[in-house]
Ligand binder design. Structure first.
Ligand code: GYE
Length: 304
């Protein structure tokens, strides 16, 4: 936003054009790819200049990116924090430089809510609950669940676990017999599932915190000579195209949707924040769930 002779802190008033620095988590999943595309496309159509960085799932890289956005005096910083904790110092630097911060997709864990303007994203606890609700309604007798967790310390990993556990508590027959991180990647899901198949004699259900890890688990299950979706039931979160295809094809049993198309709402919020307008401190994304039949119906129109 700063013109050559500009001198003040990042302010859209300089040339009328908003510059946003966006520090993305990485490119770990189909969800993330769709999210990045949404942010880039909506910035373009909103006339917002986007500086984009990919942190390769490392907090230190995100902190570096945010510091460089502060130095470049962008008008607004948006980021999807790879983990929940450890942001206070760098966000205080942004605050002192009078650059507003918008959290998108993932939340931070900090007592100081003055460090950001708003948080736009899903209710991950609710997603975990929906996943467990389906299992409670669709299982009978002793049920052994293995859990593929997302990135350790990330909001969606913490909350999807918590929501799921909250609901299965009502049915003591359902037990999580093993739980480990697959880092939200397909290869991570595959590796962890291979290990689970060796160490756990009796697995009924896989609960994967995202589609990609579930898809990795499918490969491991097939390699072990078992039928995914039948011998071992699979529940995932996201509902990206590859996940929905596996669901429609009977290899996944249930998917809780998590909407990655946050770009348009993010750009709206950014404009308001830069203009000094009030924004709600929390904007929750609306989402649904899919059974195998519902996936067959929804698949042809699925954009990502
Ligand atoms: O579910 C997963 C991605 O933060 C909601 O991150 C996002 C999660 C999403 O890697 O696929």
């Amino acid at each position: 936003a700063l013109t050559a002779c500009g001198s003040g802190g990042g302010n859209a008033a300089d040339d009328g054009k908003i510059t946003m620095g966006f520090a993305q988590v990485g490119a770990e999943s189909g969800w993330r790819t769709a999210n990045t595309k949404s942010v880039q496309e909506s910035a373009k159509s909103a006339g917002i200049e986007l500086k984009f960085s990919d942190a390769q799932q490392k907090q230190e890289n995100q902190i570096k990116a945010i510091r460089s956005y502060i130095q470049q005096k962008v008008d607004v910083i948006a980021f999807s924090p790879v983990v929940e904790t450890g942001w206070d110092t760098v966000l205080l630097e942004a605050k002192r430089a009078k650059i507003p911060v918008i959290l998108t997709d993932r939340a931070i864990d900090s007592d100081d809510t003055s460090l950001y303007e708003t948080f736009l994203g899903s209710d991950f606890i609710d997603e975990g609950k929906k996943a467990a609700q389906w299992l409670v309604e669709n299982s009978s007798g002793p049920t052994n669940v293995v859990e593929l967790q997302g990135t350790t310390g990330a909001a969606p990993a913490i909350d999807r676990k918590e929501g799921f556990e909250d609901v299965i508590r009502s049915k003591p027959d359902i037990r999580i017999v093993a739980s480990q991180t697959g880092d939200f990647t397909r290869s991570g899901g595959k590796q962890v599932m291979e290990a689970f198949l060796k160490s756990q004699p009796d697995i009924d259900v896989v609960y994967a915190h995202n589609d990609d890890m579930g898809l990795g688990a499918i490969e491991a299950i097939k390699a072990a000579g078992k039928k995914p979706g039948v011998d071992i039931k699979i529940i995932t979160v996201d509902a990206v195209k590859d996940g929905m295809t596996a669901l429609a094809g009977g290899e996944i049993n249930f998917i809780v949707e998590c909407n990655p198309l946050l770009g348009p709402q993010l750009m709206d919020l950014a404009k308001k924040v830069v203009d000094g307008e009030e924004v709600p401190e929390r904007v929750v994304t609306e989402e649904t769930t899919f059974t195998q039949d519902q996936a067959k119906t929804a698949l042809p129109d699925r954009k990502y």
